[in-house]
Design a binder for this molecule. Structure first.
Ligand code: 15L
Length: 267
């Protein structure tokens, strides 16, 4: 059991699932967002700060032996926003980890948009696939993975960079039948990451056991994570509700789908 687990982005879609379901893995859960966390529960602490505020982030990280880093920008946006949240924010978090009185183990919510320009006919192994980000957001997650790796090689800080696919109650599109990650599988993954004796610094895809998945996570078998859910059970319903994209449409060509056709967002 951890002493103190920090969950950043704790008011977001995935952060709030973590808040609801990870209370048992630490004596104290420190929750972070910029606002909107409500009242602290029995073993919760609330810290409001912006990830781009270095002093505040360092103070927040100090003393935490686990971090689930869900915070930051989770979709494409103007560079200034992506940079503040995902570049400066990551650096501040890792400087906090380096300077902390306790060395934390970190779950970093990376994204499959680090490799979004790979085609849907390509099977990717995260231990060897070159990045092909599909936007500034994807680029920022490539930076995050590289930063995590450097802090491991130089300072021994262990991180699992999890390229989260599409974590929704049901896949919202045909593309996401491949990239879907159930909340149950995500929580089971986080539990494994914080319980294996040696984590190292793996990169993996956060994806359920979908028949249609593109990703091969066999390089992280040692984590003992065996995702159980399969998006196939939603296919008939999705077919009834939506026409699948044509084979020549970006949502059927690229793993990153329409993120690949997005331009550079202006301020
Ligand atoms: C992501 O990274 C986003 O956070 C999520 O909202 C989805 O858009 C997902 O990727 C996806 O495109 O599958």
């Amino acid at each position: 059991m951890l002493r103190k687990l920090l969950i950043t982005g704790a008011n977001g879609n995935l952060g709030s699932i973590c808040r609801q379901r990870l209370g048992h893995i630490a004596e104290t859960i420190r929750l972070n967002a910029r606002k909107g966390l409500g009242d602290a529960g029995p073993n919760e602490e609330i810290v409001y700060c912006d990830l781009s505020d270095k002093a505040a982030v360092e103070a927040m990280v100090d003393g935490c032996d686990g971090i689930v880093h869900m915070g930051g920008r989770a979709v494409e946006g103007p560079w200034e926003m992506v940079k503040a949240a995902n570049i400066d924010g990551m650096f501040n978090l890792y400087e906090g980890a380096r300077n902390s009185s306790v060395q934390p183990r970190i779950f970093f919510a990376s994204s499959h948009h680090t490799t979004g320009f790979h085609t849907q006919t390509t099977r990717l192994d995260p231990s060897s696939t070159p990045p092909r980000p599909d936007g500034l957001y994807g680029v920022s997650k490539v930076f995050g993975e590289a930063l995590a790796r450097m802090y491991f090689d130089k300072f021994g800080i262990e991180t699992a960079s999890v390229r989260i696919g599409s974590c929704f109650p049901e896949p919202p599109s045909h593309r996401m039948l491949s990239s879907w990650l159930s909340a149950d599988d995500m929580i089971a993954l986080i539990e494994r990451i914080f319980s294996v004796p040696r984590l190292g610094c793996p990169v993996l895809y956060g994806v359920s056991n979908n028949d249609a998945r593109w990703w091969d996570n066999s390089s992280i078998d040692y984590l003992g994570w065996r995702p159980k859910d399969n998006s196939e059970r939603f296919r008939a319903k999705l077919n009834a509700e939506q026409t699948p994209p044509r084979r020549d449409e970006p949502d059927a060509i690229y793993q990153g789908g329409l993120f690949c056709t997005d331009g550079i967002h202006e301020e």
